[in-house]
Ligand binder design. Structure first.
Ligand code: XMP
Length: 509
């Protein structure tokens, strides 16, 4: 059976990072709110308590019920988790005189302790807390200290419980991965056999069981998530999956044909639907970005629903939802306010009265790519930059017209092809051209022009939540600018966006 680790979330911004680190060790783990987690069965090899923005001394401090865990299976408290294991079990946690924040050195380590096997004395760790453990309960033993923090790490004698006041999951804790690895391997005894291949095998089996002989529809977007979801379902149920790829008229140049062709080559049972006229029609006269998004979302649902009804006996709607969306909606802090209207087709399941199947709901984005690789997905889909559901409509500031779409497509093609032919495409997380509703004066030959400006945008990022502008070579930018101005009618000025996110977003609308 699939061994796993449970992570109980107390609301720390780093909880997801703990999960990622553990999965990097090829061990499967799941995150649950501290007050709502399943009773551990024999597959649960250990439990980790995350950090928290709360103080254990607050009246409202999150208080987990650990009766089924503590003293029964391996337990590791991180930061707040460690303070909880102290404060509520006979020790004392007090406000620290100096807020303990940032880098520190673990000058004293008990290397006999299985959590610290092979960890270098003096190794850098990263602290972030306003409280500190002042006194440990009887039966606890200090296993690590920094210059300022006596109880940086402890364990409880006679049970498999550990606590550390620093964050092993963050990059600044140099040997954090080793410590988590020690916990997972030495203490929990995990085998570490969770790989993309094993995920595929397990998921295909589970999908067959779940879906039986039913038929399923899925909306393909050209992006990685929906494509990987489709491949997994294709493995499980073959042509009982019908994938629908809608041309909303807002795609890049030749994208619809190229992507449809790629899907067919992958053996998917896919239907292409050219609904471009419908979308462009509905967008006429609309300049407000949120209104544009809403219209595109609504028309997509209408088109998809119409097409899906042409498939007989459909019982399920498959979606490419991934883990960050799932955690966000169940997290301790509740659905975060930052959830964008990006979830373009959120209304689809309600409208269609279908049951929803989400084969990727437990994966992080980079894991989706690894699974895609295991499924032998072609590189042109696997390494494709993210592309927003509303497509070029949010890259044309103001009203969307067929002329503007055509101008933007031509400029975009030059930029993207340039990135590819100069070996820069994979170094950039996302690239786009934006068409501004701004004209400026130029000269071409002997003539004065009064034409449009386009913006080149390229960013590096890991998840799109934060991003930096890509430092593309000047010669490359010069070449792209020349090509656009010479070849794209109606554009006489090209600028490069050098803003990072935050505060600037990746898209301009
Ligand atoms: P921002 O512009 O918010 O973009 O920095 C972050 C990431 O989200 C994409 N994005 C969208 N994706 N529907 C989508 O499916 C949308 O309405 C939308 N708006 C932005 C953006 O391309 C980037 O990858």
């Amino acid at each position: 059976m699939q061994e796993k680790i449970l992570i109980l979330d107390f609301g720390s911004q780093y909880t997801q990072l703990i999960a990622r680190r553990i999965r990097e060790l090829n061990v499967y783990c799941e995150i649950y709110p501290f007050n709502h987690y399943p009773a551990p069965d024999e597959n649960v090899k250990g439990v980790i308590l995350s950090g928290s923005p709360y103080s254990v001394r607050d009246a409202m401090a999150p208080y987990p019920d650990l009766q089924q865990v503590k003293g029964r299976i391996p337990l590791l408290g991180v930061c707040y988790g460690a303070q909880h294991l102290t404060h509520n079990f006979g020790g004392e946690v007090l406000p620290s005189n100096t807020r303990e924040y940032g880098r520190a050195r673990l000058v004293e380590i008990d290397n006999e302790d299985p959590l610290f096997t092979g960890v270098t004395p003096g190794t850098q760790v990263w602290m972030s807390h306003g409280d500190t453990i002042a006194r440990i309960p009887d039966g606890y033993r200090i296993t690590g200290s920094t210059g300022d923090v006596k109880v940086a790490a402890f364990r409880i004698d006679g049970e498999k419980t550990w606590g550390i006041q620093f964050h092993p999951e963050v990059y600044h804790t140099t040997e954090g991965a080793r410590m988590l690895g020690n916990f997972i391997t030495n203490i929990c005894g995990c085998r570490g056999d969770w790989t993309p291949e094993s995920f595929v095998e397990m998921t295909v089996r589970a999908l067959r069981e779940q879906l039986g002989d039913d038929r399923v529809v899925l909306g393909l977007s050209g992006g990685v998530d929906s494509s990987v979801a489709a491949l997994l379902l294709d493995r499980a149920i073959g042509d009982r999956l019908t994938s629908i790829f809608v041309d909303n008229g807002l795609l890049r140049k030749n994208e619809y044909e190229a992507v449809l062709e790629a899907y067919r080559k992958m053996g998917l049972n896919v239907r292409g639907v050219d609904a471009s006229a419908e979308f462009v029609d509905e967008l006429r006269g609309v300049s407000d970005p949120e209104k544009k998004r809403k219209i595109i979302g609504r028309v997509f649902i209408e088109v998809f629903d119409r097409e899906a009804h042409k498939v007989q006996n459909v019982k399920w709607l498959a979606q490419g939802t991934i883990y960050p969306d799932v955690i966000e909606s169940v997290s301790v802090n509740g659905p975060s306010a930052t959830i964008k209207s990006h979830h373009n087709v959120g209304g689809l399941p309600d409208k269609m009265h279908l049951r929803v199947v989400e084969p990727l709901r437990l994966l992080f984005k980079d894991e989706v790519r690894r699974v895609g690789r295991a499924l032998e997905m072609p590189g042109e889909i696997l390494h494709r930059h993210p592309f927003p559901g509303p497509g070029l409509a949010i890259r044309i500031l103001g009203e969307v017209t067929p002329d503007k779409l055509s101008t933007l497509r031509d400029a975009d093609e030059i930029f993207i092809n340039g990135l590819k032919s100069n070996g820069l495409y994979d170094k950039v997380w996302q690239a786009a051209v934006i068409l501004l509703p701004v004209q400026s004066v130029g000269v071409m030959g002997d003539e004065r022009t009064y034409e449009n400006t386009v913006v080149l945008r390229a960013v590096t990022s890991t998840d799109g939540m934060t991003a930096d502008w890509s430092h593309l070579p000047h010669e490359f930018l010069a070449d792209v600018s020349n090509q656009i101005i010479n070849r794209v009618k109606g554009v006489n000025r090209v600028v490069y966006d050098i803003s990072s996110k935050p505060p600037s977003t990746i898209e301009w609308e």
